[in-house]
Design a protein around this ligand. Structure first.
Ligand SMILES: [Mg+2]
Length: 260
């Protein structure tokens, strides 16, 4: 197994590396920020149709900004949109409608309407997805791992089709051996998600590194018995603040491999 080096220092040996996607391999902030704005716009639209007052609409906007993690012109790396699955974001949105006095069936119906109509706008602007770029140095590191026969997996709360699009758009189908999505059971951050992916890849969790940009990624890795947990900080305008004390990477070039 090759040695994994961080800024030239040995941190362990690895036979596999599991990556988070959004904010770790992929610069997703602009795309997710634009998605948040579309969902908020559509939520206001459906809420106005219910003869809501001005103050109720302001409250709706403020709660959605908070939950999605919209901070000015940036998206928080620890907000629901950056971290959680589409389904979790849908439930959060329904909860906001509920907090504003709507019953649960109506709240769910409104949230579904908001998400599907935001999707329609999103699908008309396919170029936005293509604008998401791989973060600097990530591709080089992935190629180094592949060259050293280290198994590569992806563990993300994006949907299965979202991950397949990502792999296709960035030509990574041959590099990333397998993935675990929000459509798998259990989804991350359940530690059994890591166990499931390791089993699929045929590797031992303790011989793996897991790299993510959220405390939930690192805590999941630790609970699953992953050998080396790393936090990547370079994917957001406001870098994530990680309390779970992983090794920290500011740039993908901070990592290298050495023969043992
Ligand atoms: Mg992430």
């Amino acid at each position: 197994m090759p040695n994994l080096m961080l800024n030239g220092g040995f941190i362990g040996q690895v036979s596999g590396v599991l990556f988070d996607k959004d904010g770790t391999l992929l610069n997703s902030e602009a795309y997710l920020f634009s998605l948040a704005k579309k969902r908020i716009y559509k939520a206001v639209e459906v809420f106005m149709q219910l003869q809501s007052s001005e103050s109720e609409i302001e409250k709706l906007k403020s709660l959605l900004h908070e939950i999605y993690g919209v901070k000015g012109e940036n998206l928080s790396p620890s907000g629901c949109l950056a971290i959680a699955s589409r389904q979790d974001n849908l439930l959060s949105t329904a909860t906001v409608f509920c907090l504003l006095g709507k019953d649960w069936p109506l709240s769910m119906s409104l949230a579904n309407k908001v998400f599907s109509s935001a999707d329609v706008i999103e699908n008309q602007k396919k170029y936005v997805l293509n604008k998401q770029t791989i973060l600097p140095g990530a591709l080089n590191f992935l190629n180094k791992l592949k060259g050293a026969n280290v198994t590569i997996g992806l563990i993300s709360n994006d949907t299965c089709s979202g991950i397949q699009k990502f792999l296709h758009n960035h030509n990574l189908q041959e590099t990333i051996s397998s993935f675990w999505s929000a459509d798998h059971f259990p989804k991350k951050p359940d530690p059994f998600a890591v166990e499931g992916l390791c089993k699929e890849l045929g590797i031992e969790a303790k011989q793996c590194a897991l790299i993510g940009d959220a405390d939930s990624d690192i805590e999941m890795a630790n609970a699953a018995g992953i050998g080396i947990s790393l936090g990547y900080l370079g994917g957001w305008t406001q870098p994530p603040k990680l309390n779970s004390q992983p090794h920290l990477i500011k740039h993908w070039d901070d990592l290298s491999l050495e023969e043992p």
